[in-house]
Design a binder for this molecule. Structure first.
Ligand code: AMP
Length: 398
């Protein structure tokens, strides 16, 4: 498969005892309208690295982004209220610095004692972060003696805290990043056969490159979600008021023509609704029977059966993106059935992308999936065979 194989040093391969360690994490956590943190999955994912460091007397300085404050100091996006959660989860003193660079951050980092943590304010309060500004990166690097990247969800971006900072400090990976890279390359470098990829969701532009890259290496590529509408439309089916991406029709036609082995599998039937709402009138129709003004919001019963059987008999499954509007219970059946099939397959399964993870949670099958990737965009770029800038900069393992 056209994926990049990485062999990078981790915190295990470097002396961290009593060192000041600058760790890039992805604490872009979901929050409610009052800013309270509603899910700590991303924080929990980093605990093995942080506990490893603290046990060895390291002084841990944490940096992360949160949301899109667009380079301005906007306290709506402050990381401060993660401090008590971190202190509880790590059972260690956690200090908060209201800045991520400058004299105050430098003083607090210098005064940090062994076994203590300093959480820096949101990196994206500075526009220099996303621009990978070298001076900004140098200022961040002043806060540590070693750089650890543990933010798989962000390593596809060449930002200062992920790339620039590595020019100044010994740079290694944390355990969460390591796990994602090792598991994905282990399962995908020489996938067990048959290997089935399942692609859903709405954004065709994100996934068309992935489909192209995966097609030569997989045995079947099952398409669902709004993306399937674009494929069906490219084959000439009238999709009524369904979500279609007309700008991709030509590209999709080309892809279907190239697929001489007919690996791409499309829905036979769909659940169509008279409006985009949870209580819309809906029914099961074949793909050539979408009523005028109605829209496809899930895959139909026959498609669920076909896709589930292909997934269950596979030895390797890669899934990204929901099969329908799974946020509405009436249109969640397809996605939940795929989640269950992924859990029941005899082979190994890799699931990536925020929405697929939510669907896995919704179906309650997370504990049966071989590898749940913490990245969305980064998983897709990795599957597309692209290099991840935030991984490239880390030291190679010997
Ligand atoms: P993506 O970010 O590309 O993975 O898309 C995820 C979104 O696609 C979810 O919010 C789904 O509700 C949406 N989606 C999936 N299937 C459909 C569909 N048939 N029509 C409209 N939206 C859909």
């Amino acid at each position: 498969m056209g994926i990049v194989f990485y062999n990078k040093k981790t915190v295990r391969d470097i002396d961290v005892v009593n060192k000041r360690v600058l760790v890039r994490v992805d604490y872009n956590v979901p929050r409610d309208e009052n800013g309270n943190v509603t899910d700590l999955t991303r924080v929990n994912g980093t605990l093995p690295t942080l506990q490893y460091l603290l046990k060895r007397g390291a002084k841990v300085v944490l940096m992360s982004h949160l949301g899109r404050p667009k380079g301005e100091r906007n306290l709506k996006y402050s990381l401060e209220n993660l401090t008590p959660h971190l202190a509880r989860l790590l059972d260690a003193p956690v200090h908060f610095c209201p800045d991520c660079i400058g004299p105050e951050a430098e003083k607090m980092a210098a005064e940090l004692k062994s076994g203590e943590v300093l959480l820096l304010e949101n990196l994206r309060f500075y526009k220099e972060e996303e621009k990978n500004d070298p001076e900004f990166a140098a200022k961040l690097a002043k806060l540590g003696e070693i750089f650890v990247s543990d933010a798989f969800g962000a390593v596809h971006r060449a930002h200062a805290s992920l790339v620039g900072v590595a020019a100044h400090l010994p740079a290694v990976s944390g355990f969460l990043l390591e796990k994602d890279l090792v598991m994905m390359s282990k399962l995908l470098a020489q996938p067990q056969r048959p290997c089935v990829a399942v692609m859903g969701g709405a954004k065709v532009d994100d996934k068309i490159g992935v489909i192209k890259n995966l097609l030569p290496s997989v045995d079947r590529l099952l398409i669902g979600g709004a993306m399937a509408n674009t494929f069906l439309n490219a084959l000439g089916y009238d999709m009524g008021a369904s979500k279609v991406s007309p700008e991709f029709i030509d590209l999709v036609k080309e892809l279907l023509e190239q697929d001489v082995e007919k690996k791409i599998v499309l829905p036979q039937d769909l659940v169509v609704a008279d409006s985009f709402s949870a209580d819309a009138e809906h029914c099961n129709v074949s793909v050539d029977n979408v009523p005028e003004g109605w829209m496809a919001l899930d895959m139909g019963e026959k498609t669920i059966a076909t896709y589930s059987a292909l997934i269950k008999s596979a030895k390797c499954v890669i899934w990204n993106g929901p099969m329908g509007v799974f946020e509405m219970p009436a249109f969640a059946k397809g996605t939940e059935a795929i989640a269950v099939a992924c859990a029941k397959t005899q082979g190994s399964t890799i699931v990536g992308g925020g929405d697929s993870l939510a669907a896995i949670d919704q179906a309650g099958v997370g504990y049966m999936i071989t590898h749940i990737s913490t990245g969305g965009g980064s998983t897709l770029e990795y599957l597309e065979g692209r290099h991840l800038p935030g991984v490239e900069v880390l030291q190679d393992a010997e």
